[in-house]
Design a protein around this ligand. Structure first.
Ligand SMILES: [Zn+2]
Length: 105
């Protein structure tokens, strides 16, 4: 067990490689900091899951009309854009309990 495993999900860092999706990967490369990725352990540009959540939320709002607060739309978007269920899993972990917080302002 590394200490990284004990981090709250929102504070875990994810790299552009793990994201795979062009828009978000580019965003990570431009705004991220060089650090070890929690998911693949490689060193590269990373952002936290919390930051990722906000970026994804913004991206999804540009692509979808928001019909409800259900998070499935985000997972659908990520899977459709990336074909990557691992990312969906990351997103599902990050959205639990955080979704309403980020919308409340
Ligand atoms: Zn990674």
């Amino acid at each position: 067990m590394s200490t990284a495993d004990e981090l709250p999900t929102s504070e875990r860092r994810v790299c552009a490689e793990c994201i795979g999706e062009d828009y978000l990967a580019d965003l990570i490369t431009r705004t991220g900091i060089a650090s070890a990725c929690h998911y693949c352990s490689r060193n590269g540009f990373t952002i936290t899951i919390e930051e990722l959540s906000k970026h994804v939320e913004r991206a999804v709002e540009q692509h979808f009309e928001r019909t409800s607060s259900e998070p499935e739309g985000y997972e659908y978007y990520l899977h459709r854009e990336t074909g990557n269920w691992k990312l969906g899993t990351i997103w599902r972990a990050s959205s639990a309990g955080h979704y309403r917080d980020t919308r409340s302002r």
